[in-house]
Design a protein around this ligand. Sequence first.
Ligand code: AMP
Length: 195
Amino acid sequence: MFVCVYCASSQKIDRKYVDLAAEVGGELARRGHTLVSGGATVSCMGAVTRACRAAGGRTVGVIPQALVDIEVADDDSDELIVTADMRERKGIMDARSDAFLVLPGGIGTLEELFEIWTTRILGLHERPLVLLDPWGLYDPLRDLVTGMYDQGFTRAHVFDAIAWTTTIAEAFDALESPTGRLTPSPEELAEAVED
Ligand code: AMP
């Protein structure tokens, strides 16, 4: 699969986030996936890409011209696409990808997450969307969206359209499943039958 990874560009974050991105990059390669990313060498964006290639994987980077210097374009990418602007970047990353993995990030990552999430809720695509959040950075987001759902602002399947995971194993389980959901445990399956 072509797996799009959205993640942080900030260089001020804790090292554990960069290490997580590197682990994900290695796992993508070991599972035979191609990475689609923002084509930058900084922070988590750089870590996921370098680790993917180091483990023998292929990478496609998509970066707007205006960010080529700021985020330092990944010239070593197997394919580096320089776009005119942010919208074109997001469009190409979307079009090239079979599944989406969101790691801890800032508002750029959020913006990318929301586009894939909202379009999946609207039924415009069915590709897996997985959030990997081992340390709870996105817990307030989950609370916000839960509150929106409770007050009728969003559709019931808002949380069906995304797999919220805390480990790399869970994240890949959901990414590689046709529904984009986690494989239910035997206990969960038994509970569902009882219901
Ligand atoms: P951040 O999560 O803020 O560190 O940003 C992660 C990545 O998202 C960076 O490459 C940003 O340049 C990128 N980004 C921010 N806003 C947008 C946007 N509107 N469209 C596409 N990419 C964006």
